[in-house]
Ligand binder design. Sequence first.
Ligand SMILES: [Zn+2]
Length: 75
Amino acid sequence: MLEKQLPPPVFDPALLPQLACPACHSDLHLNASRLICAECRRAYPVIDGIPVLIVERAENLVDQSKGEDPAPRNP
Ligand SMILES: [Zn+2]
């Protein structure tokens, strides 16, 4: 008998409310196979359905809005 092939493990979005960004403790959003923190713009990988909430493993998202000066301006 052939065994039914299991689909690849997928992170259950229902767990999202229980998770928080380890860097800034903000809510995370599932985007493709990564968990995105919009607050500090980090992307945490999800490996085998397990979110890797480690700051050192996170990918820093490049701010796509060009033209903004990241340095604080003096009035
Ligand atoms: Zn964050």
